[in-house]
Design a protein around this ligand. Structure first.
Ligand code: IPM
Ligand code: MG
Length: 381
């Protein structure tokens, strides 16, 4: 094909993308009232194993969940549903990021606990995470990070359905010459993540929300993101909204003099992805932080880290750290309304990971196994 043909194709594709994104905002506008778990007779939790170390950490997460929610599971108020088929082998064979039958099963649940899924580099197969976040409209990625001895208590509200992610597998190319991806920010999509961050701040007595973008460079998308966040902030008197660029904020997080002053962060998808790994590392490693993907109808809880194919190759899978998926389990329990149980689990996890530390997972054969750590946590419950 000559360059012109690529240009024509790209222009046509751009039009399609634009219309699709406008349709998405129309669906957002029409979205129903948020689900209220406290009044539901039955809550179905979908358990998705994932790839690599996923099934190993999920096996322990399931044991933990069954123990903490023993009573509700025995009365049938909570039902655990195992969902098979979200594996990289199956997804590659079918050429689908989330196979249709798997998606249908997932949609029949209320909340999900999910192990990490492998995302191939290049190619056209979209990340299963990105697909699920879009299909279930999980617009808020909420990631808490705490370092109690330093007074760090951060919570990140990462926009989860837009930015670089939404069209990340649908860029255009003039082969050998250039490639172009698209970044999308919508008015409604930004308003709802900003509202989620400020609502959290208000409900938890926080005094500031830091808006983090690169609006000096990405003037349309990040520029509008910042503007909308400030508009939302106007409805929350007493909570200060401060503006930062992502580059200096990544520096701030390693600056021990000032970092414990930050409280709540709201940021577009990709910056949120990157900075939450940095933050998790400050807490003790990406193996330690949990991640909640929240929407109005569904919520998905997962480990912040990936499927760790290297650990599998090196035969170290049994030594994978389940702390991140345990934290996600705690967030799930809290989300469906069992605050006391979640608090209890949080205290035990903090004790095991930060204070007592009798069983330590290092990710190597000299440390404890995933199962040994789970046994330790469950003994302390
Ligand atoms: C995360 C992960 C995902 C992301 C990957 C697995 C697609 O890094 O949840 O932070 O980039 O969002
Ligand atoms: Mg990430």
């Amino acid at each position: 094909m000559c360059d012109n043909t690529y240009i024509e194709k790209a222009c046509a594709q751009f039009r399609t993308l634009l219309l699709e994104q406008l349709e998405r905002t129309a669906r957002m506008e029409a979205g129903g009232a948020p689900k209220d778990f406290t009044t539901m007779e039955k809550i179905t939790i979908g358990m998705v194993g994932g790839d690599g170390i996923g099934p190993i950490i999920m096996e322990q997460a399931e044991r933990l969940l069954r123990k903490v929610m023993e009573e509700e599971i025995s009365t049938g108020r909570i039902v655990l549903k195992k969902i098979e088929g979200l594996t990289i082998e199956n997804r590659l064979a079918l050429g689908k990021a989330v196979p249709d039958d798997v998606l249908a099963q997932i949609k029949s649940c209320d909340v999900l606990l999910k192990g990490p899924t492998t995302t191939p580099k290049g190619g056209t197969l979209e990340s299963a995470n990105v697909t699920l976040r879009r299909e279930l409209d999980l617009y808020a990625n909420v990631r808490p990070v705490q370092v109690p001895e330093e007074g760090i208590d951060w919570i990140f509200y990462r926009e989860n359905t837009e930015g670089e992610y939404v069209l990340g597998s649908r860029g255009v190319e003039v082969p050998g010459k250039l490639s172009m991806d698209f970044k999308v920010t919508t008015e409604l999509g930004t308003r709802r993540i900003a509202k989620a961050a400020f609502d959290y701040a208000k409900a938890n007595g926080k005094k500031s929300v830091s808006i983090v973008t690169k609006a000096n460079i990405m003037k349309k998308t990040d520029g509008n993101f910042t503007r909308i966040c400030h508009e939302v902030a106007a409805d929350y008197p007493g909570i200060e909204a401060d503006d930062w660029y992502i580059d200096i904020m990544t520096a701030n997080l390693v600056n021990k003099e000032i970092r414990n002053q930050f409280q709540v962060f709201v940021l577009p998808n990709l910056y949120g992805d990157i900075i939450t790994d940095e933050a998790a590392e400050i807490q003790g490693g990406v193996g330690t932080a949990g991640s909640a993907n929240m929407g109005d109808q569904y919520a998905m809880f997962e480990a912040i880290h990936g499927s760790a194919p290297r650990m599998i190759e090196e035969g170290l899978a049994d030594y994978a750290n389940p702390s991140s998926i345990f934290k996600a389990t705690e967030m799930l329990i809290r989300h469906i309304g069992f605050t006391e149980k979640a608090d209890r689990l949080a205290a035990v996890l903090e004790d095991c990971n930060e204070k007592e530390k009798q069983v330590v997972v290092t990710g190597t054969a000299s440390g404890a196994t995933c199962r040994e750590f789970a046994d330790y946590v469950m003994r302390k419950l």
